[in-house]
Ligand binder design. Structure first.
Ligand code: AMP
Length: 609
């Protein structure tokens, strides 16, 4: 419903019938000029204004015109439904009376979604399910994190999955398919026109096949000549099932394309799974370990294109806590190091194939304490499963103690951003930080505190897919605790810590929120170092004095506002990750929706073929 320009109007009821509208008006008292607005079921994007006059009902159709304006037949055009209603509340201009009193929706009456609104939602789910083979929580996470990108994809490619879509076939072949089998009026198919990359609709009527060209404007909207414009081919088809819009008759049953009829399990079009069940990671601008490209060249890679989004279709198979040494091949390539030892590239052999992994190898000369630390990190990671958190695949106790994790081959966020400044847009950073907020919201819900959230600990699978890593300092809180009290201060990342951590050694999800603010600052300054050359104690004085870091040059105002909220001094007043994720999400959606749709074919409007 969010795309509906009337959604904000308190007298708008959505897709209700004429008699339901009359019922609402009756209950509201039948005063002269009492009115409500509802969705028009027949003309997409249009409305109906229902008005009471003299104890009678009057219903006026409001049509959405090709240029995007709205009007009642014979009346003036208005830029939106709100403007139209305001106009008629001052001037009847041909209506039976002026609009005097809005019939307000009651709090327990939600706006009823229309056939296209729910279709869109279902399409989104169906598309994600089919394309990436996702279900349940993984599907929800995919939809939340990538909704704007998915909507664009559906707008441009969803018809490919429809039974009536036959791809690039000649006009004669279209006719042959329509003439074979039963030939009820309205039976139809959509095909790619051979030369031009535009679409044609072929339908049978009175045993004759008619061909129509589907027109597309510069922004990719599809329409029949003089007809209503739609974002997608499939919406146009759904509409033509209800209204002929210039065709000889409305569309009837689909002439089913052979591939769908065979009911082959639809393997993801964009995700090529190897014989071993392992999908190689898609291209990334830099640092991709595997150059194999599984994503069409004309679109950006999405997190779900990578096997790292949801690698466990059979969780018991891969996620064994103890991994045998024989299952593990360790490369000499070092991905990084620390005082515990180093992280190496490797391959894990499983029953269903091979998986690229990162192996944290503990140095043998390390004392018992470090070993215990690594075991604790493994225990924590083992309990977590979220697409935006690096997954632990298991522990291998062999020549060294080794923690085996899924691979995030594009490396730490701060390094990636500082070396790829020119290739990474602000929208890209917003998308990545939204994913981090989703991972942190999950940790908050599970009652875990991370205690070391920083851009260096956000690893990238590719340019569009981030995962939180390094759970070396993390703690699981008890059911009744909302913070962890450290007995002694250790080697702490002070610049990322909230005042209560430093002053009282108290760690909670709220102190992770403070660190999230610093991580945002690092990201929007393309891997800059927070608080410049200041030392820990100086930073503490800076914060206590009420100062905060300035807005990075490329950072949008709204994101800086959120950062400063994360740096609220009192943890009681600081937002939690539920609120932070909501803010990140709404900003991510707003900037991604504004970005130009990709791959929208511009075609000249030509007459019907
Ligand atoms: P850590 O001690 O966990 O911060 O790891 C040290 C470095 O190893 C990180 O900064 C990364 O460069 C690399 N690394 C750790 N985990 C992974 C992983 N799962 N995938 C790829 N690189 C990793």
């Amino acid at each position: 419903m969010s795309n509906d320009p009337a959604a904000e109007l308190p007298f708008y009821y959505g897709s209700i019938s004429r008699s339901e509208a009359e019922q609402h008006l009756k209950l509201a008292g039948m005063a002269d000029g009492l009115f409500l607005l509802r969705q028009c079921i027949r003309s997409l994007g249009g409305y109906v204004l229902s008005v009471v006059w003299n104890l009678e009902f009057h219903h006026y159709s409001i049509e959405k015109k090709l240029n995007g304006t709205y009007c009642i037949a014979g009346g003036k055009s208005h830029c939106g439904p709100a403007e139209l209603c305001e106009f008629y509340s001052k001037d009847p201009d041909g209506l039976v009376c002026m609009l005097r009193k809005p019939c307000l929706r009651l709090p327990d009456t939600p706006i009823r979604p229309g056939v296209f609104d729910s279709l869109r939602e279902n399409m989104l789910r169906e598309y994600v399910k089919q394309t990436w083979n996702l279900e349940g929580e993984a599907m929800e996470q995919a939809i939340i994190s990538q909704a704007p990108q998915l909507e664009k994809l559906i707008a441009t490619t969803a018809h490919e999955k429809m039974p009536w879509y036959h791809g690039k076939i000649a006009r004669q072949e279209g006719e042959r398919r329509l003439y074979s089998g039963v030939q009820p009026d309205g039976k139809f198919l959509v095909r790619d026109r051979e030369e031009s990359g535009t679409f044609a609709l072929s339908m049978i009527y009175g045993k004759t096949v008619y061909h129509y060209r589907i027109l597309q404007d510069k922004s990719g909207k599809c329409f029949m000549p003089e007809g209503t414009k739609f974002d997608t081919i499939w919406q146009l088809v759904e509409y033509l099932k209800m209204k002929p819009d210039g065709l000889v008759t409305v569309l009837g049953e689909a002439c089913v394309n052979g591939k769908v009829a065979e009911k082959t399990p639809s393997l993801p079009a964009t995700r090529r799974t190897g014989a071993n069940g392992y999908t190689p990671p898609p291209r990334a601008v830099a640092a991709a370990s595997n150059p194999a490209t599984t994503v069409p060249a004309d679109r950006e890679v999405l997190p779900m294109d990578s096997s790292a989004f949801n690698p466990y279709h059979n969780p018991n198979e891969v996620r064994k806590f103890n991994i045998q040494r024989t299952q593990l091949l360790i490369d000499e390539v070092e991905l990084g190091s620390g005082n515990f030892g180093c992280v190496k590239k490797g391959v894990l052999k499983t029953d269903s194939g091979q998986i690229d992994v990162a192996v944290k190898v503990l140095k043998n000369d390390n004392e018992k304490l470090v070993k215990e630390e690594m075991m604790r990190e493994a225990e924590i990671m083992h309990q977590l499963s979220n697409p935006f958190i690096v997954r632990m695949l298991g522990l291998c106790k062999a020549e060294n103690l080794m923690l085996v994790m899924e691979m995030a081959s594009a490396g730490p966020l701060n390094k990636f951003l500082s070396t790829n400044k020119d290739n990474v847009t602000v929208e890209n950073i917003v998308n990545l930080m939204h994913q981090v907020s989703m991972g942190m919201k999950y940790l908050e819900e599970k009652n875990f505190v991370h205690r070391d959230l920083a851009a260096r600990n956000v690893l990238l699978v590719n340019q569009q897919f981030a995962k939180i890593s390094d759970f070396g300092l993390s703690k699981a809180l008890g059911a009744d605790d909302n913070y962890y009290k450290a007995r002694t201060a250790g080697k702490w990342p002070l610049k990322w810590y909230a005042p209560e951590c430093i002053n009282f050694h108290k760690f909670s999800s709220k102190s992770d929120v403070w660190s999230f603010g610093i991580t945002m600052w690092e990201a929007f300054s393309y891997g800059g170092k927070p608080y410049k050359k200041m030392k820990g104690p100086e930073v503490m004085r800076f914060i206590e004095g009420g100062s905060r870091m300035e807005c990075p040059a490329a950072c949008p105002e709204q994101m800086y506002t959120l950062m400063k909220e994360c740096w609220t001094y009192k943890h009681e007043e600081r937002p939690d990750f539920k609120a932070v994720e909501e803010s990140m999400r709404s900003y991510h959606y707003s900037v991604s929706k504004k970005a130009k749709p990709e791959g929208s074919a511009a075609a000249a409007a030509e007459p019907v073929e």
